[in-house]
Design a protein around this ligand. Sequence first.
Ligand SMILES: Cc1cc2nc3c(=O)[nH]c(=O)nc-3n(C[C@H](O)[C@H](O)[C@H](O)COP(=O)(O)OP(=O)(O)OC[C@H]3O[C@@H](n4cnc5c(N)ncnc54)[C@H](O)[C@@H]3O)c2cc1C
Length: 476
Amino acid sequence: MKPILVWFRRDLRVDDHAALYHAARTGAPLVPLFIFDTNLIRRLPSDGAVFDFQAEALRDLGKNLRALGGALTTRRGSVLEVHRRILHELQPAALYYNRDYEPVATERDRRVDQLYRSAGVEVRTFKDSVLHEPSEVLTGSGRPYVVFTPFSNTWKKLSHPSPLGKPQHIIPFPLPSAGILGSSELRKKVLIVEPVAEGGEQMALRRWNRFLQTSLDVYARGRDLPGADGTSKLSPSLRFGCISPRRVLDDCLKVLEEASPDIRASIGKFVDELIWREFYQAVLFHLPRLRESNYREEFEKMPWKFDEKKFKAWKEGRTGYPLVDAGMRQLNRTGWMHNRVRMVVASFLTKDLMHDWRLGEGYFEEKLMDIETASNNGGWQWSAATGVDPKPLRIFNPTLQSERYDPEGNYIREFVPELRKVPAKFIHAPSAIPPTLQKELGVLVGKDYPLPIVHHAEASARYKEQFRRVKEKYRS
Ligand SMILES: Cc1cc2nc3c(=O)[nH]c(=O)nc-3n(C[C@H](O)[C@H](O)[C@H](O)COP(=O)(O)OP(=O)(O)OC[C@H]3O[C@@H](n4cnc5c(N)ncnc54)[C@H](O)[C@@H]3O)c2cc1C
């Protein structure tokens, strides 16, 4: 019997994996395949920690496939070339895979489909990485949404697919394999010293279950406090598909059944975040030009500035604004940053420093373990006020945000050790510490910790003026 090729990409698990589940049900022998796309990897600026996360996830996938009787085949090379060789080598009965909605991926997949179909091989693709695909959540007139709330309302009305579970058994069809490549084999530097999460299905489930038991019920309050460990930190696992959104939603709905109104509100907030993830995937799918350009076209004329020293200070977390600095250092150290702080650092770069959002997007691409092109692009364009779902101009005040969301300064102290001894009263604006107290605390502002690199109120006024001019010019 000819085998079915199951191509794994951003879905590194065996539980609730649509392509694997349906392939196993045919009773044919399976070749589970993962390709290290060396052309892509060479071009990616990512920190090597992401590739180590992927390698951990692949090792776990290999183990889980073996437990079902199967074996993971890995190959290295350009995707189309690898498929050409496999097609020749294997002559499979069919190619099965789960769909990806990123513009680069859809183009790649179109070519791969063509290759197999022109050789008479069946290609079956499945919905898997989202609960509802971009083509399913449309306005009444069949158009894509560019505002979150109506997208979310339509999304919620659709009936949600249930998890499929694991295949009972896989009939193996062994092929030579290239092994699993991590950062050292791919010659990528690892600068992230404390990765936020370990890759793999088991680790993702463990993290998810802990969050379900300890934090989901208070998510509505906890999600905004960067010092509180109040969010799931599931994003790298969702990105690499170590857990499925179907499984996550299904567990949420089970808790919802018996929940009090407070807990229901928390679950509702959490589900909204899953919907934001799908909203941004849909937006980029329908408007691939946003990868390069502003949704609001007037911003093409925005006179962004570039100051190498200030950009470096932002990247390294040395801006003199403790919440911004803590966020950037959290990113550099762990490959993850709390959502509220992502919004604050992005507002600071684009509005206080008036740097093009694409610079920040690029730096996040290098560092984030959960790097998801659509969410990153959406988050940056939202923060820069250039994107979909336009809001009135909002500029985050980094000091007020710090006072409101990290009142005791615990988050700041964790990531900015030179401020560890600074009392809560001064931690949000260390330049206001009286000189005698600075000496007592052993932190001289301007020497041990930087003075603010920009005056927030003045910078905001400058930005607002530029914003007004750009809009005026666009109208005329
Ligand atoms: C400038 C900027 C860049 C961002 N870049 C990314 C990125 O590259 N990858 C990424 O996954 N998220 C990105 N986000 C969204 C968000 O910050 C992260 O998803 C979230 O912090 C992940 O932490 P968590 O898993 O604990 O989230 P939780 O609060 O536990 O949320 C659960 C899941 O919902 C999704 N989610 C939550 N918030 C958002 C959001 N605002 N937009 C889209 N999806 C969301 C994530 O998959 C997350 O794992 C970005 C946000 C901003 C402002």
